[in-house]
Structures are given as structure tokens and as C-alpha cells.
Design a protein around this ligand. Structure first.
Ligand SMILES: Nc1ncnc2c1ncn2[C@@H]1O[C@H](COP(=O)(O)OP(=O)(O)OP(=O)(O)O)[C@@H](O)[C@H]1O
Length: 562
């Protein structure tokens, strides 16, 4: 609830206007019904004055105008709350602890945020605001006006409330269960859809789509059946409710006729006021079922918002340059209870080219993620010159390092944006960088040149082109430490050699740490670290390792066979 309070506070001006206008409309609507009674009675006994008609018309007109003006704060809040909740999620992702993020599936997370933002809007706007600005005031004012007409009638209405409460309570329990079933089926349906869209190639080649569509058809059948059942129960609820209100209205007419205690105006006003008193109860019951369901979806969203942050992002010593040796001492890291690195020592001199090699799962990426501050060691330390990585403000650290992964993230934007982000760089410099990574031919074929849109995740490019584009960013980077995690894995051997020679030439003075599977690409590296099951089993130059390290020799021959 804290997050909703925060959003309400952020929009406090609009919230106050919206609540007050709702309360005013509820008051004026009930007042107009009550005033109508006086009007009819005055009409009947001949004492009606023009001023009465003007006042009545004026009140109705104000309600009409307020109803319209109310749309502004109403719609602004409705859409604003939903988007604010999504922004909160984006803000959270920018600070979330990397390991927590890793444990959440991205597809599921997006769905959780989408549902959570909509549920949060439901709880605050559709339920709480409606309750306090419309339902409660409407019941309160109608009861006050009914009381002013006849106390006994008010008592009867109160007894009617108790009957409504018991009947609807039963129906709501059934409704809640059905809605819950609909939601879980809808979630399954969305999950199948997202999976199908994201894994199109895998599913097509493995012929999974037939099975997935069958599952979705089953979910669809359940959703449709449950929705029809829910509508029938809803309608039954409203029918019972309408019958009850009719009984009370008939009773009032009979009561007025028998006791002669009610004027015609009073009977007409009471009939309108009864609707004003009971309709909110019907609305409340329907909203309450949705509120309970929204609370569950919103809880999942707030669990995400409450998950651990990486506190180091803007805490610690700020650095401006990192021209220093890196040393890992007694480093320990576990995934759950699985030890990946234990008592791990490694020294990397400033300006050195280091390659990490080893079988899949030997801990190379884990080490890189520790060096980049994404993962935190559970023991030991990483020092960079006089700094300890644990004590460095990570946002300042990220000005000094560059980390390029094999997925080479290309985002939905132009070629220029993908290379220099929002930096102001002359076109000829960008084109020169493209030439260095062998992308000049591709560039020359582009109709819109640097302004060509690359599509979501760079779908308009091949894997090797995407990787070369990511490497071209190095020509605009000021970083002192460059990490390349299989950044050339999708390139052919010849292009890889040409591009890597130019990259290493560019990075002569920087510390370069590379993960490589194709060992031919690191022949010139002066420092190669051989990892096996989280331990260093050799480190030396390429030729010396090939001569003296049997495990490295196996890796090398296996990689040349590939
Ligand atoms: N998010 C994770 N949760 C749990 N275990 C993980 C996670 N990421 C990696 N591991 C495990 O940690 C070990 C080391 O993984 P790591 O990715 O560091 O290996 P790697 O040498 O980079 O492998 P590859 O060459 O295949 O990329 C592996 O056994 C892996 O299964």
C-alpha cells in the first residue's frame, strides 16, 4: 500500500480535486432529489415560485457541469497512476541487485509488471477513490435526506442493507473463485503467447507450436466458460438486488398510502433516494471482488519493487580514472549452494591483455561479472590499485569500464544512436569506426546511412554484424578496462582476426580482459588464464601454455577441430 500512498501523494492536488468533486456531486445529486420533493409538494399546494424552479434547474446544471469537469482529474489520475507504476518498475530495474534480476525470468517479469501496474491502478483508482468519493458519500447523503423525510423509512432501508449484505456475500464468494480461475487461465494464456513469440525459431524447428496451440485452446475454453458463468452470476446478483429494491419501493408507497404520513413529493423523492442509497452497495460488491483479485496481482508487483537493490550503485568512493593493476585475492562465489569460485587469486597488470579460457561452466563469465561489479563476492576481495571494488561507487566505476557480451546488445534505434548513444560525434568519425570493424560495405548499402533504424534487438543485422557494431563503440569509449565476453563468437575466422587486430591496436594502453572459446584468436595475448571448475590450472603466454599445459593443449586442439 505504501507505493500507492506515494503515488497519491505525488498527485495530491489532482487527488484532492477528484475526491472533493466526487463528494460534491454525490451531495448535489441527493440534494436535487430532496429538493424535487419540495418542488412537487409546492406545485401541489399552489405555493410554487419561479425561484424554486430556477434553484432546481441550477442544481441539476451544476451536477451536469461538475460531471463533465470531473473527467479531467479522473482520466489524468487513471492513466497517470498506471504509468507511474510502470515507471516505478523501470526505476527499480535500474537499481536492482543483478543476482536477484537473474533469478527472475524477463518474460514473466514484464508480465508481472504489466498486471501489477493495472492491478495497482485498480486498487487505488477503481476501488479506493470510488469508495471515498462516490459510494460512501452517496450512501451517507441519501440516508441523511431520507432521515429528514421519514425516520422509519430510513430504518427499513437499514434493515434492507443487512439482507443485501448476506445475499451478496454468498454470491461474491462464488464470483471470487470464478474470477481467480479466469485470471490464472489468462496468465497461462499470456505465458504461452509470450513464449511463442520469443522462442519462435526454437518452437518451429522442434515442432512445439502444435502442442502450445492445443494448450492455449484449452485455456481459452476455460476462460470463455468461466466468463460466461461469471456474467450469469453477475446478472443474477443484479436481478436479486433489483427485486429487493422494488420490494422496498412498493413498501414505501403502501406505507405512505396507509399511514397518510408521506406527501406525493416525499414518495417520489424517497424512490429516487433509495436508488442512491442502494446502487452504491451493488457497485461496491462488484468492485470488492475485483479489489481482492487486484490485491493479489499487486502484491506480486510490490514483491518485485521490494526486492534487493544494488546499494553500491551510488555509494562509496567515486573514481574518475582506473589506470591500475587488478588483483583478486581469496575470491569466493557461490550460486545458491553451488561453489563456482573458491579461494581464487589472480593478478592483472594495468595495460595487460588477458584472456580467460576454459570449458563451459568453468566460471569465466562469473569472474567477469564479479570484476564488473554486477555480482558480489561472498569472500575475498577484488582490488584495483588502491581501491577495493566493494567500496567503489559503481556508477563512477562504469565510466571507467566497458563490458561487451556475446549477445552484443543492439537496441531499437538508429545506427548512429547505437554507436554513440546521445554523444555529439561527427559523421566521418562514426564512418571511420565502421570501417575499422569491416562494416563499411554494409553502411554504404544503407539508404538512410547513419539514420537507418536497426529494429528491435538489431534484427536487421546478422549476428556477426551485431557483434562488430558493438565493438565499434570502443572507438568512442573513454574506458580504461575493457571486458569482451566472447564478443567475436559469431564472426568468421578471417573477419574475427582482422577486427580483433584493429581493436587490440586501439586498446594498446588499456587493460583488456577477453573470454575466448576459439583459442586461435588469442595467440598474441601475453597473459592467458586457464580455468577449470573454478580454479586456475595454468597461466602464461599462448606458446608456453601449449608447450607445458596438457589441459590447455586439449582445449586448443578441441577448439581448432570446431
Ligand atoms: N544465474 C545462475 N544461477 C545458478 N547457477 C549459475 C548461474 N549462472 C551460472 N551458473 C553456474 O555457475 C557455473 C559457472 O558458470 P559461468 O557462466 O561462469 O561459466 P562459463 O565458464 O562462463 O561458461 P560458458 O563458457 O558456457 O559461458 C556453471 O556451473 C553454471 O551452471
Amino acid at each position: 500500500m505504501n507505493y500507492l500512498v506515494e503515488i497519491a501523494k505525488k498527485n495530491k492536488f489532482l487527488v484532492c480535486i477528484y475526491l472533493l468533486s466526487g463528494i460534491l456531486i454525490a451531495f448535489l445529486s441527493n440534494f436535487s432529489a430532496n429538493y424535487f420533493q419540495r418542488l412537487i409538494d409546492k406545485f401541489n399546494d399552489g405555493s410554487l415560485a419561479v425561484s424554486n424552479i430556477i434553484i432546481y434547474g441550477f442544481v441539476l446544471a451544476i451536477v451536469c457541469v461538475l460531471d463533465y469537469l470531473d473527467e479531467y482529474p479522473g482520466r489524468s489520475l487513471e492513466h497517470g497512476i498506471y504509468i507511474d507504476l510502470k515507471l516505478k518498475a523501470l526505476n527499480k530495474i535500474s537499481r536492482i541487485d543483478y543476482q536477484v534480476y537473474q533469478s527472475m525470468g524477463t518474460g514473466k517479469l514484464v508480465q508481472k509488471i504489466e498486471n501489477g501496474a493495472s492491478a495497482g491502478k485498480g486498487v487505488l483508482f477503481d476501488f479506493l477513490f470510488c469508495l471515498f468519493r462516490q459510494l460512501c458519500p452517496s450512501i451517507l447523503f441519501s440516508m441523511i435526506f431520507i432521515y429528514s423525510i421519514n425516520k422509519k423509512v430510513m430504518l427499513i432501508i437499514l434493515i434492507g442493507y443487512i439482507a443485501v449484505f448476506f445475499i451478496t456475500n454468498l454470491l461474491l464468494k462464488v464470483l471470487y473463485q470464478i474470477k481467480e480461475r479466469i485470471l490464472s487461465n489468462e496468465e497461462m494464456m499470456n505465458h504461452i503467447l509470450v513464449r511463442g513469440f520469443m522462442e519462435m525459431v526454437v518452437f518451429r524447428i522442434n515442432k512445439r507450436f502444435k502442442h502450445e496451440i492445443e494448450k492455449a485452446e484449452l485455456a481459452k475454453k476455460e476462460i470463455v466458460n468461466s466468463k460466461v458463468k461469471m456474467t450469469l452470476i453477475h446478472e443474477a446478483f443484479f436481478a436479486i438486488f433489483a427485486l429487493l429494491v422494488i420490494v422496498i419501493k412498493i413498501f414505501i408507497i403502501a406505507y405512505g398510502w396507509v399511514t397518510k404520513s408521506l406527501s406525493i413529493g416525499a414518495i417520489i423523492a424517497l424512490i429516487t433516494l433509495i436508488d442512491n442509497a442502494y446502487t452504491p452497495i451493488a457497485i461496491f460488491n462488484v468492485l470488492f471482488v475485483q479489489y481482492k483479485l487486484d490485491r493479489t496481482a499487486f502484491k506480486r508487483y510490490t514483491d518485485f519493487l521490494d526486492s534487493e537493490n544494488d546499494e553500491q550503485l551510488d555509494k562509496g568512493e567515486k573514481i574518475t580514472s582506473l589506470k591500475a593493476d587488478i588483483s583478486c585475492t581469496g575470491l569466493k562465489f557461490l550460486y545458491d549452494n553451488r561453489v563456482v569460485l573458491d579461494n581464487f587469486d589472480l593478478n592483472i597488470r594495468h595495460g595487460e591483455n588477458v584472456a580467460l579460457v576454459g570449458e563451459s561452466g568453468s566460471g569465466k563469465s562469473t569472474l567477469i561479472k564479479l570484476l564488473s561489479g554486477l555480482l558480489k563476492p561472498q569472500g575475498g576481495k577484488i582490488s584495483i590499485g588502491t581501491y577495493e571494488l566493494n567500496n567503489i561507487d559503481l556508477n563512477s566505476y562504469y565510466d571507467c569500464i566497458t563490458y561487451i557480451t556475446q549477445e552484443s546488445p543492439i537496441f531499437d534505434g538508429t545506427l548512429r544512436e547505437n554507436l554513440v548513444f546521445d554523444k555529439n560525434v561527427e559523421d566521418y568519425e562514426i564512418i571511420k569506426a565502421l570501417e575499422q570493424v569491416e562494416l563499411l560495405d554494409l553502411y554504404n548499402k544503407l539508404e538512410n546511412g547513419l539514420d537507418t533504424e536497426l529494429g528491435e534487438r538489431g534484427t536487421a543485422l546478422s549476428g556477426g554484424e551485431r557483434q562488430r557494431l558493438a565493438l565499434a563503440r570502443l572507438w568512442f569509449s573513454q574506458a580504461n578496462i575493457i571486458i569482451l565476453d566472447e564478443a567475436t563468437s559469431a564472426m568468421d575466422n578471417i573477419t574475427e582476426e582482422i577486427v580483433m587486430n584493429r581493436v587490440m591496436d586501439l586498446l594498446r594502453t588499456q587493460t583488456v580482459i577477453v573470454i575466448a572459446h576459439r583459442l586461435n584468436s588469442i595467440r598474441k595475448f601475453e597473459h592467458i588464464v586457464v580455468l577449470r571448475e573454478g580454479r586456475i590450472v595454468g597461466q602464461d603466454s599462448f606458446n608456453k601454455l601449449l608447450e607445458n599445459n596438457a589441459y590447455f593443449k586439449d582445449l586448443y586442439y578441441a577448439s581448432t577441430r570446431d
